[in-house]
Design a protein around this ligand. Structure first.
Ligand code: CAA
Length: 241
């Protein structure tokens, strides 16, 4: 039986590249998505990877959804917490809803997902939890008090849980992408992207989703068994943590 990997937000952007990379490595892969049915359908048609719709911000939906994935594919060995949203606004314009939406998805979503696979991983004495944080959780970002707080929280979560998982054969690591050519980054005004962001990237270009997916595939592999609580930064030299 192949190992089973579940990728949240796994039908678009960085998540889609991760789902495909894990499938290419021989994992049985399931991808979650929150809202875009058309993109999910197209992704499944293209890749053969099954998608499941639920909101990672809901603990109950995660419990139900994970039970369904496990009934169809088998116990989850690898969890990639990738689902994330932005609500970028300077702090004086940021509404409580902007704060709550981002914290609930990008930080609490990790609790909701991981808590529902943790017991099984402990019982089976194997697991890989890979959290997609961000350069902006490491360095902070103008107009992202919510996002930077959540992504920094993801790193604390990673390091705490790594200590708990170690004896049970579970590794917990984080990847911090820099600015990657996805819809999320393309939503930043073009002028800001070209005049502010690009000049800050020493390699002189945005990253590709596949460059993040390869980091995740490595962390999911048996070769990475001694790596836990760590953060891989893949940002073209923009920030050296
Ligand atoms: N540092 C300092 N000042 C900045 C700034 C920065 N990085 N970015 C913008 N400003 C300034 C502008 O120069 C402008 O100043 P003036 O008013 O003096 O001209 C002011 O802030 C803009 O203020 P506004 O009230 O007009 O801002 P707005 O409400 O229109 O919001 C914005 C604009 C949301 C900040 C927009 O500029 C933006 O999206 N910036 C990019 C934010 C960003 O990098 N987000 C990351 C998205 S990708 C991602 O999150 C993935 C990942 O993990 C990397």
């Amino acid at each position: 039986m192949p190992r089973v990997a579940l990728v949240t937000g796994g039908s678009r952007g960085i998540g889609a590249a991760i789902s495909k990379a894990l499938k290419a490595e021989g994992f049985g892969v399931a991808a979650t998505y929150a809202g875009n049915d058309d993109a999910a359908r197209a992704f499944t048609e293209e890749t053969g990877i099954k998608t499941f719709k639920w909101d990672v911000a809901s603990y109950e939906d995660c419990a139900k959804g994970i039970a369904q994935v496990e009934a169809e594919l088998g116990p989850i060995d690898v969890l990639v917490n990738n689902a994330g949203i932005t609500r970028d606004k300077p702090f004086h314009k940021m509404a409580p809803e902007d704060w709550n939406a981002v914290i609930n998805t990008n930080l609490t979503g990790l609790f909701n997902m991981t808590h529902n696979v943790w017991g099984g991983m402990r019982e089976r004495k194997f697991g890989r939890v890979i959290n997609i944080s961000s350069i902006n959780g490491q360095k902070g970002q103008f107009a992202q008090a919510n996002y930077s707080a959540a992504k920094a929280g993801d790193l604390g979560f990673t390091k705490a849980l790594a200590q708990e998982g170690a004896r049970a054969g579970i590794t917990v690591n984080a990847v911090c992408p820099g600015y990657i050519a996805t819809e999320m980054v393309m939503a930043v005004p073009e002028k800001v992207r070209n005049d502010v962001i690009l000049p800050q990237i020493p390699v002189g270009r945005l990253g590709e989703p596949e460059e993040i997916a390869r980091c995740v595939a490595f962390l999911a592999s048996d070769d990475a068994g001694f790596i836990t609580g760590s953060t891989i930064s893949a940002n073209g030299g923009q920030y050296m943590a």
